[in-house]
Ligand binder design. Structure first.
Ligand SMILES: [Zn+2]
Length: 462
């Protein structure tokens, strides 16, 4: 595989620039040739400053990233969404006038200004990354429902195709190769897109089961494509580390498909948030193990022996031949208590890259806490009818009220620990936002249980 790319989704809680520069060394060593840099609100756009988050990188930060990539021989592929996924931009009161019929996910394609905005933002990005060979213009998950009065009555797909064409031509005129996500195109006959799919490279993303027929269609139409897998996500539960195994499976499945229908490139995606306004999902340092797994698969074909890979990873990445990556690989997001025990044997002892063990341990502590909370809440849910009937003993009541108190104390304690460990990696305002998302509703429910228990305790019971 010629192009081995990893996705940097900046809308997540994103590492500070110094940490990121170190990650680039690791990724280059794994064999990555490119990074796909999705800026969202973390690029300091001078033309549209309202859309810029206060934790955005500065232009100097990005120049450092560009320089580091140049030294490592890694290509930067900027990603600027051209049509949808624009919550980060259109949520701003000053910019809402450009939304499509009030839908801040995408902007109106009949308003000429929306194209001019995109080209102005593109120019600012290209000013920092003038050497990029590829430029990704997004164009995925577009909705054609509820057009505004200006767009109504027009063929919505053709309106979309025309705009993607214009953006692609703009990129080509700058001497770059445009990339798009393919999902909107795959839902139509390719002939309906005219010659667009010969000027852009569609990136075919499939993150769970892979539908081979989609790839076959591109191959039979003679359209070159890039594949996209997903290497990290918290979608099963918005807590700490997230499960790893579904992603290993996705990487394996793609290896089978690519053996049959070779792709020119492959992007391992790591979604920081599913949409801009969703909670923080997963972060780049959490994805380094599956990133290594994908790199190995792209370099040498499907990994036949996962256990052997895990042993090599422990030895090569951390210099810890005895670290049991089988336990971590299965246990992350599944068995936090077992993961904790394994990680704590090696904290502070890795000859290299030990910071990732600390980071994984910190995220895993969130899973440990949530495991405890599940234990308290789920039992309470089963016992609520007994509470109401007065059929609980003092002993049970005391036990559960201890659970409410301990949950609060452990969350306060963990908050301080996360600030001390993860605060070295991520900007503090983003870490605080992350902890608020993880802990606020959990603590409010915990307080409700406290109220129910106090009320029950004050009534007759056993
Ligand atoms: Zn419109």
């Amino acid at each position: 595989m010629k192009i081995r790319c990893i996705h940097f989704d900046m809308k997540s809680m994103f590492p500070k620039v110094d940490f990121l520069l170190g990650m680039l060394d690791n990724l280059a060593e794994m064999g990555y040739t490119h990074i796909l840099l999705e800026f969202e609100d973390k690029f300091p756009f001078e033309s549209y400053p309202d859309a810029v988050r206060n934790t955005a990188y500065t232009k100097d930060d990005f120049r450092r990233v560009a320089e580091k990539c140049r030294q490592l021989g890694i290509g930067v592929i900027p990603l600027l969404q051209s049509i949808g996924h624009l919550h980060y931009f259109l949520k701003e009161p000053a910019y809402r006038k450009w939304s499509e019929n009030g839908n801040i996910y995408q902007w109106c394609l009949s308003q000429r200004e929306t194209y001019d905005i995109w080209t102005a933002m593109t120019d600012e990005i290209l000013d920092i990354f003038p050497d990029c060979v590829y430029f990704h213009i997004g164009a995925d998950e577009m909705s054609f429902k509820s057009p505004c009065p200006l767009c109504a009555g027009k063929d919505q797909f053709q309106l979309f195709v025309a705009r993607v064409n214009e953006c692609a031509d703009y990129i080509i005129a700058k001497g770059k190769q445009p990339l798009v996500w393919d999902d909107v195109f795959r839902k139509h006959e390719f002939s309906e897109s005219g010659d667009l799919l010969s000027k852009v490279i569609p990136c075919v993303w499939q993150y769970r089961e892979i539908n081979k027929d989609i790839i076959k269609r591109y191959a039979e139409a003679g359209i070159r494509y890039w594949a996209a897998s997903r290497i990290q996500s918290n979608e099963h539960r918005y807590a700490g580390m997230g499960k790893q195994r579904p992603h290993l499976q996705n990487v394996d499945d793609w290896a089978d498909i690519q053996a049959e229908y070779p792709a020119e490139g492959h992007i391992g995606t790591l979604w920081g948030r599913i949409q801009s306004l969703d909670p923080i999902n997963s972060t780049l340092p959490q994805g380094m193990y599956v990133a290594a797994y994908l790199a190995e698969s792209l370099l040498h074909g499907k990994i036949k022996d996962r256990h052997a890979f895990n042993c090599d990873f422990a030895k090569n990445f951390f210099g810890l031949p005895d670290l049991n990556m089988d336990i971590l690989s299965y246990g992350f997001g599944n068995e936090p208590a077992i993961v904790k025990k394994e990680l704590e044997k090696y904290l502070g002892k890795a000859p290299r890259n030990g910071e990732y063990l600390e980071i994984w341990h910190a995220f895993n502590e969130i899973d440990v806490l949530f495991g405890y909370v599940d234990h308290c809440f789920s039992s309470n849910q089963g016992l609520l009818s007994s509470y109401r009937k007065g059929l609980v003993t003092d002993g049970i009541l005391n036990n559960w009220s201890d659970g409410v108190r301990i949950t609060r104390e452990r969350t306060e304690d963990l908050t301080q620990k996360l600030e001390a460990t993860l605060g070295k990696v991520y900007p503090m305002p983003e870490l605080r936002e992350f902890m608020e998302e993880r802990f606020m509703s959990m603590l409010e429910i915990n307080e409700k249980w406290g109220e129910i228990l106090r009320e029950t305790a004050s009534k007759p019971h056993l």
